[in-house]
Ligand binder design. Sequence first.
Ligand SMILES: Nc1nc2c(c(=O)[nH]1)N[C@H]1C(S)=C(S)[C@@H](COP(=O)(O)O)O[C@H]1N2
Ligand SMILES: [Mo]
Length: 389
Amino acid sequence: MEGLRGPSDYSQEPTRHPSLRINAKTPFNAEATRDDLIASYITPVDFFFKRNHGPIPIVDDINSYYVSVGGLLENPKQLSLADIKKLPKYNVTATLQCAGNRRTEMSKTRTVRGVGWDVAAVSNAIWGGAKLADVLELVGISNHTAVTPSGGKHVEFISVDNCVEEHGGPYKASIALDQATNPAADVLLAYEMNGEVINRDHGYPLRVVVPGVIGARSVKWLDRIDIIEEECQGFFMQKDYKMFPPTVDWDNIIWSTRKPQMDFPVQSAICSFKDEDVVKQGKVTIAGYAVSGGGRGIERVDISVDGGKTWLEAHRFQKTDVPYVSGDTSSDKWAWVFFKADVEISGDAEIIAKAVDSSANVQPESIGAIWNLRGILNTSWHHIRLQVA
Ligand SMILES: Nc1nc2c(c(=O)[nH]1)N[C@H]1C(S)=C(S)[C@@H](COP(=O)(O)O)O[C@H]1N2
Ligand SMILES: [Mo]
């Protein structure tokens, strides 16, 4: 890990925007307010959620930084940032969502363990970097490879941060080799975020971005890439970020019975209001975001102002004044849509949003049906109770 260092304490953290809501200080976990989140379709770096499991690494000398690519490879290589920048550069607009988004709300029905998040552990950026498929080609693995001759089936990403859950070891995760070597999957090694050099909080000098997949697989501060036979055995793949049924609790959990979560399901949240906000009778605008994993676009966002008895369809957009058509090649398949609906409120109202993705997957109605002990993937219908003054 030359050039890149994971400090063991929090004395050298970067400065952050004062209006972020801090959910945990050490490791630093914070999200934007609902208003800040939907103020811009591309989330400004300052307001992009920050999800860490240890102190933020430091680059001592960018000229001695390199990524080691090894594991089940005939010719392991060390790639400098310059080597990676020599590859064709792609800009991919992709929404990252932490699997813990909306955990606080899930915990209200029955307690779950984990950092509490409101609805903003999700953000959208333009990531600039090289395709992982091109990087793997450099080390001799051609596009669309599911298994290498040496038996490699997964690509493991290893960082340098000191994570509590790894007993001071680094954060790591893996994805399947066929996804990593598929140029259309748009998996990036990103060195830019929103047109600027990626900052320390988000992975400087280089991070993985796996579009359409829970944020946990997009490893920041990349140090090593290993081609491996079985998926990564790290804590965050094997003992966390798995979806368990509501019957499983801490006394009967068997982690090995479930697969690591990869794609995230269809999600939406109303951001223009908070619960118990007081409004004037008449017209109000309901606005928020909707996003689905796996490159599935958003087909529809339904809004109810009467607790789910009747519904109307919200207007969806990615670019202002351009109607969004899911599946259209001009739309960003890895990115959220914003939605808006003008509705009439005559008295206290229960507002609900639910989204439908391009495969007709719909958000589940109740939290109870998807409750899980770690409180991940709360994608239940989003409710807001409004009071009329
Ligand atoms: N090295 C490293 N990579 C990491 C993490 C981490 O703690 N260490 N957290 C992961 C999780 S759980 C999420 S949701 C995303 C968050 O990325 P962000 O902080 O840029 O929003 O980074 C992922 N990559
Ligand atoms: Mo996450």
